[in-house]
Design a binder for this molecule. Structure first.
Ligand SMILES: [Zn+2]
Length: 134
């Protein structure tokens, strides 16, 4: 039995802490499924963000397992931030305001719909919007 309370105390904590965003993102993904095709990009974004967090969790696990000092977590955090910054168009498509009029949009629309426009700006009866392909 090891009772090492030393260089990997933060990575040991992260193993628990990171489960929170993983579960939250998974719950968000399940919630987003109700929007079907209208939210395909945001659903993919949620999954890719989940993947980044899982990779960070795996790194913390490996660091903990092989007693890699916590200082190296900075590299992991940097890598995760770099990936999200590099892929921000794909991974962070969530907008708090309407793309047309600038008004605040509802939570459903922020989290679920790809169109990023408010109810008032939504074109009536257009369930097949070709917005997804750029
Ligand atoms: Zn609007």
């Amino acid at each position: 039995m090891e009772t090492v309370v030393g260089p990997t105390i933060i990575s040991a904590r992260l193993l628990n802490i990171l489960l929170v965003p993983i579960v939250a993102l998974w719950a968000l993904h399940l919630y987003q499924r109700k929007f079907r095709d209208a939210g395909a990009r945001k659903r993919a974004a949620t999954l890719s963000l989940t993947l980044v967090v899982i990779c960070a969790w795996a790194a913390a696990w490996l660091f903990n397992r092989f007693s890699v000092p916590d200082a190296w977590l900075v590299v992991v955090a940097g890598a995760a931030a770099a990936v999200i910054a590099w892929q921000h168009r794909r991974m962070l498509p969530f907008r708090l305001r309407c793309a047309r009029c600038g008004k605040a949009v509802s939570v459903d629309r922020i989290l679920g719909l790809d169109s990023n426009i408010c109810e008032a700006c939504e074109p009536p009866a257009s369930s097949h919007e070709g917005e997804a392909t750029r």
